[in-house]
Design a protein around this ligand. Structure first.
Ligand SMILES: Cc1cc2nc3c(=O)[nH]c(=O)nc-3n(C[C@H](O)[C@H](O)[C@H](O)COP(=O)(O)OP(=O)(O)OC[C@H]3O[C@@H](n4cnc5c(N)ncnc54)[C@H](O)[C@@H]3O)c2cc1C
Length: 380
């Protein structure tokens, strides 16, 4: 590094960082070295994950290869897990003991399902995140089903939001290609009165009908108290048999952030201003699931993490060239496409919702187009 060179350190290869790096590649700043620290070489693209579970996409199609991306852009990639940040000394501390200095820091590390309330979840449940664990367990389940197609299994999915529903429908689709219908049961368990709490009533009704048609049992108003290896216990006293239990509950932040001096909300998510800078430190940005915007509500969804990529890139550049930063205002109405496992999707936009094969086609097109950006050939 030369004397005037600045060091921009990125933690996590999440959706916003992937987009910001794509833009950086097209228009980089001189005198800035980027170091990306990621705990994985290949980072999953959330939009295509349910399709991967259903068997429509391969692992490579649904993951951004950060090693290739870093080589293409000419940045340094460190495979390690960040465990602390010393914001006073401007240092990032990694699990391996490596310490990395930064002038500007950007955090896009996602979230994990909240398991703090449920006894036995750590030992007996499969969390939807980190994704590598989810996919490894899913592969084991498929292998077991292929080996023992006559063995009956019960899959419980805790969490009746978009993630839980998509997982249930896509698991159902894949299982029916391996074992007979009457050899498996899928239960979807949610604590709210209806599925899909944050979507409109049309979407709730459409998805409830689809779940019922696919014979996925829905248990609402059901707070799970304990997960055991062979059953789950609901607070009402109801017990459900379980071969496998997936956890797709509300998002929770990484616990190590608590030890840093970075501003967080009550739950521990990083609080950011409209510029995507943290409230506490102008030289630390945060985006995606891990960030909570102070002035706006943004759901913890990949679509928002993707949208933040462009303003993040612009504000890195403005910060590094000492220009005034731009405010980012997220859209209040956004298109949500929920794949139903049968090459159809439910589209939700504001107060509207619909279900068709055309929406799957559109979703598939958007997702493939997104992933093309990160292939080795340059695409817009
Ligand atoms: C089953 C399921 C289906 C979903 N489907 C959709 C969907 O269809 N559409 C949608 O919009 N959203 C969907 N979501 C939500 C979506 O996954 C998240 O909102 C999205 O991934 C958030 O993106 P991000 O950039 O914040 O982080 P992520 O995409 O989670 O990326 C974070 C990256 O940081 C890395 N990392 C984490 N901690 C560290 C560390 N300490 N050090 C170094 N690296 C680290 C991780 O390995 C990961 O590569 C789904 C979620 C689930 C569970």
């Amino acid at each position: 590094m030369t004397i005037n060179q600045k060091q921009l350190v990125l933690i996590g290869g999440g959706h916003s960082h992937a987009i910001a790096l794509h833009l950086w590649h097209k228009n980089p700043l001189k005198n800035t070295q980027i170091i990306l620290i990621s705990d994985v070489e290949k980072t999953p693209y959330s939009g295509m994950l349910p399709g991967y579970i259903a068997g429509y996409y391969t692992f490579e199609q649904t993951h951004i290869n950060l090693v290739q991306l870093a080589q293409k852009i000419g940045i340094k990639l460190i495979i390690d897990k960040v465990t602390n940040i010393d914001s006073q000394k401007q240092k990032v501390i990694c699990e391996s003991g490596k310490i990395i200095d930064y002038d500007l820091l950007s955090i896009d590390i996602g979230s994990t399902p909240n398991d703090s309330q449920i006894k036995g979840s750590k030992e007996n449940a499969i969390p939807a995140k980190p994704v590598p664990i989810l996919l490894e367990k899913w592969q084991q389940i498929i292998n077991n089903c292929k080996k023992n197609p006559q063995q009956t299994i019960t899959i419980n999915i805790i969490g009746s939001g978009a993630g839980g529903i998509e997982l249930a429908l896509n698991i159902q689709h894949k299982l029916q290609t391996i074992i007979e219908h009457n050899f498996f049961t899928i239960n979807l368990i949610g604590r709210n009165q209806q599925v899909l709490k944050s979507h409109n009533n049309y979407a709730k009704n459409i998805l409830t009908k689809i779940l019922k048609k696919k014979k996925i049992n829905i248990f609402l108003n059901s707070e799970v108290a304990e997960i055991l290896s062979h059953k789950i216990i609901i607070e009402s006293g109801l017990e459900l048999f379980s071969t496998y239990t997936f956890l797709v509950t509300n998002s929770a932040p990484a616990k190590w952030l608590k030890a840093t001096k970075i501003s967080t909300d009550d739950q521990g998510f990083i609080l950011v201003k409209d510029t995507l800078q943290t409230l506490s430190h102008d030289n630390i940005f945060a985006t995606g699931d891990i960030a909570t915007m102070t002035h706006f509500f943004t759901p913890k969804a990949g679509v928002f993490a993707v949208r933040q990529g462009k303003p993040l890139y612009k504000n890195w550049c403005k910060y590094l060239t000492q220009k005034s930063l731009q405010n980012y205002h997220p859209q209040s109405i956004y298109l949500s496409l929920i794949g139903t496992g049968n090459k159809k999707a439910v589209a939700v936009w504001g107060i509207l919702a619909g279900y068709s094969g055309l929406f799957w086609y559109i979703k598939d097109y958007i997702d493939r187009k997104f992933m093309e950006k990160f292939k080795n050939e340059d695409k817009e």
